[in-house]
Design a protein around this ligand. Structure first.
Ligand code: NAG
Ligand code: NAG
Ligand code: NAG
Ligand code: NAG
Ligand code: NAG
Ligand code: NAG
Length: 439
């Protein structure tokens, strides 16, 4: 796969952006629902611009890896086969967190690719109990992540994560999990580190991240030569930066959502159909969930109409909530809990949950349509599980020098509960393939 210049979003230097975003957010947008989620727009900039040097140190000789690879089929049989009937039927996404005392699958020394902003222990996080939990679906066991099985399963394949900085967080977790088995080669990085590609040689497996703020075509308004943080969004057109490469992929993991909480003008064709937060007398003011829902509708429609991507499985990861206690991101909100909360403590009236429900509706329609068009859609619904994990965010431990006093309660520590997204994803992929039924 080739990445071209058109995939890049040229932007100005970071500190100016951040100042602008801050003042914009605080001044004009604050009174609205879910102010807390605005933080993401700010954090996104940090993440995008923070240096994220990848140090890849080969750990094993290829002989060793080859040898292991041959053992994989047997092991896969043994670990996965007995659960066949039970697992096939149970809802993976309804359940609770239970103690699992052997901690995380990797540490900040066994995974060299943890970005600083998510390396919570490096940034001073002291409590470790939040690592000692696993997700337990109500009616079955979720098999623990197994990097050998995963790599064996995806051998010869290309997998692309598509979305915002939380999508990247997800991909980074997978990268760490898999690098316990084989150190990947860093094969592509664009100048702003938004598009990236790794290669697992022994398994001929390619892992890709494609950056897209909205999934849709959207451009920031430029006033007087600088970005305004106001976006024009084309509701009927997907962002070409991911769409054009789709036929290359065997798996596309779609997720998005944290950029929608800002001033946006919404277009269909050449027509302005409304806005979010614009407060103009002759423009219909719409709620965030409108463009949010349409973004997924349009993205799924595009996939369903893609003639050359029928081999691809679309895995859709639902919205991951932020957790700011006692304030919003800019009014001292923080997230310093050290354990999960129970389902009973979660407020399912939250706007995050409504967003997730809108996503599910669009997903179900797309999946149904996919049966007709020959495209496969599978769900990785992490929202419920993550609503119970206010303890999984970096909080003040995100290592940022520019914004001391602000907390990142949107992204997720690595290692941490974000790793179970891949546990769920692996199980969904295996179920989808019928692998367990003896394929
Ligand atoms: C914990 O131990 C179980 C049983 O040996 C194993 O399946 C699982 O992968 C381990 N989990 C971690 C996070 O190491
Ligand atoms: C890993 O975390 C420890 C604190 O637990 C920290 O001292 C160390 O610098 C970190 N190492 C890396 C490579 O990030
Ligand atoms: C753009 O610059 C002009 C001239 O300096 C100024 O009058 C105007 O207010 C600026 N517009 C914005 C949106 O900043
Ligand atoms: C809204 O009305 C103003 C004043 O009549 C006009 O300048 C502007 O172009 C209008 N905007 C739209 C989107 O119609
Ligand atoms: C979390 O932070 C708040 C505000 O700084 C503090 O009052 C509280 O004691 C902290 N809780 C824990 C568990 O550290
Ligand atoms: C693994 O599965 C294959 C195909 O179902 C079967 O032929 C083989 O005997 C199994 N191996 C073990 C160790 O169960």
């Amino acid at each position: 796969m080739k990445f071209s210049n058109s995939m890049l979003f040229p932007e100005k230097n970071a500190p100016n952006h951040i100042k602008r975003e801050r003042s914009l957010n605080m001044g004009r947008l604050v009174p609205f629902i879910l102010t807390s989620l605005f933080i993401v727009s700010v954090f996104t900039f940090f993440l995008l611009y923070s240096p994220n040097p990848l140090l890849v140190i080969p750990k094993q000789s290829s002989d060793f890896v080859q040898q292991k690879q041959q053992e994989v089929p047997d092991q896969t049989n043994i670990t996965t086969k007995p659960q066949k009937e039970k697992v096939q039927k149970c809802d993976l996404f309804k359940g609770h967190w239970v103690p699992a005392l052997n901690g995380s699958f990797y540490t900040n020394s066994s995974c060299a690719t943890i970005p600083d902003s998510k390396n919570c222990f490096k940034n001073g996080r002291k409590d470790i109990d939040f690592l000692n939990w696993k997700w337990k679906p109500e009616k079955c066991e979720l098999p623990r992540f197994d990097s050998k099985t995963f790599l064996y399963f995806v051998r010869g394949k290309k997998m692309a994560f598509i979305g915002d900085s939380v999508a990247r967080n997800h991909m980074e977790s997978l990268l760490c999990l898999l690098s316990q088995e084989e150190t990947p080669k860093d094969v592509y990085k664009d100048s702003e580190d938004r598009f990236r590609k790794w290669y697992f040689h022994s398994y001929d497996f390619t892992l890709i991240i494609l950056w897209s703020k909205f999934l849709l075509a959207g451009e920031e308004r430029i006033t007087n030569g600088t970005g305004s943080s106001i976006f024009d969004l084309q509701l009927d057109k997907v962002d070409d930066s991911w769409a054009k490469d789709l036929p290359d992929f065997d798996y596309a993991i779609i997720s998005d959502g944290h950029w929608f909480f800002r001033v946006m003008y919404l277009h269909e064709g050449n027509k302005l159909v409304g806005c979010v937060y614009c407060h103009e007398p002759n423009v219909t003011d719409l709620n965030i969930d409108f463009p949010f829902r349409i973004a997924f509708r349009t993205a799924f429609k595009y996939i369903n109409s893609c003639r050359n991507c029928k081999k691809m499985v679309t895995l859709f990861r639902t919205f991951a909530p932020a957790h700011f206690d006692n304030g919003a991101w800019n009014t001292g909100g923080y997230c310093n809990r050290t354990a999960p909360v129970s389902e009973g403590e979660v407020d399912f009236g939250r706007f995050d949950w409504q967003l997730r429900n809108a996503q599910i509706e669009e997903f179900e329609k797309a999946k149904e349509e996919g049966k007709r068009t020959g495209h496969k859609f599978e769900l990785v619904d992490v929202t419920r599980a993550m609503l119970m994990r206010p303890d999984g965010h970096p909080g003040s431990h995100w290592g940022n020098q520019w914004m001391k006093g602000y907390n990142d309660c949107t992204h997720w520590c690595m290692p941490g509960p974000v790793d179970i997204w891949n546990e769920l994803m692996m199980e969904v992929m295996i179920r989808d393939s019928g692998f367990r039924s003896g394929l």
